[in-house]
Design a binder for this molecule. Sequence first.
Ligand code: LMR
Length: 398
Amino acid sequence: MFEQLKTLPADPILGLNQTFLQDPNPSKINLSVGVYQNAEGLTPIFSAVKKAEQELIDAQTTKSYAPQAGAPDFIEFATKLLLGDAITQALGERAATVMTPGGCGALRMGAELLKQSKPSATLWVSDPTWANHYPLLESAGLTLKRYTYYSSETHGVDFDGMLESLSQIPEGDVVLLHGCCHNPTGADLSQAQWDQVITLLGERNLLPFIDTAYQGFGDGLEQDAYGLRQAATKLPEVLIASSCSKNFGLYRERVGAVTVVTQTEAQTGAAKSHILSAARRSYSMSPYHGGGIVGHLLGRENLRAEWQAELENVRKRMNKLRHGLATGLNDAQSKIDFSFVADSKGMFCYLGIPTQDVLTLRSEYGLYLLESTRFNVAGLSEKNLPVIVERVAEVITR
Ligand code: LMR
């Protein structure tokens, strides 16, 4: 049966992380996969999350099936976290959320819904986008094409190019946008740019599919939801894939959600039934535990406040280290001006150095970043920052 199978190449992100783990170099540093590390290089459990988990376990009396759409308190509070209380209330039954196994599950369920709704629609993704968007969304049967997004000259969003590119997309197609903290570049739209993009999508009858995996890591929980909230307010239909991996630190628990907003309650009900059917055909229903924790936490004022304070500390520390990296690199060499690093948002930025230098950093110094030059800012620490600066400066000025 299986003798003709050839081993596939490793995943560009998870595979590199695996190579890192196997590297015997004692001074190796992991800046590949998007995982937050504290000053000790650990990825601790948020204390509010740990408490919510314990309370959940203590109160649990059964492991019987939960509703197929997910833990009811998760559905309510995760939707409100995304859209805000007022918009959630105003949309009422025009919005529906289904819990999914992580952000990947949410993206996949969104793609399955699109495939059912309009099989001929093309899904347009930013150039560049998260490496896993292609296999994840194409394998649902969608055709993916790219729109202009990033300028490697300015190291920021090529906004004119983006508008021009979006204005060429045929009516009725779908545009995948990163809600905040663009992965891989860290280059985000400003609020004014979001407004323009949303107006254009409305004029051209394009559906936004918003992937938001880093709410709270950019400018703050509310600010990072600006684009998707505007889209949900100004446009008749929106699809959102969200993840709790990073902002709740629940990576391995696989918690995410797909949220669909349509023009009528009946259409939303139909869309939700298609999402549930797609889930049933593949994994039946999302695992409960992680979503149960998030629902429990968000529903309790004390735990929520504690989590928000912890998340804010993470965000501020990441920002400080990001600025430290920009300044450190600029002080250590004069070949490349790295000031743009300080402007990036969230976990990632592109360093924009030659690929050969990325490979040299890996082989000679055990410094792991993706070949695209994507750098995991959340892997920086007060301790490894000077070492990283020294190694990068040395290699790029050879
Ligand atoms: C990343 O981009 O590194 C993270 O989102 C983890 C992943 O699944 O790729």
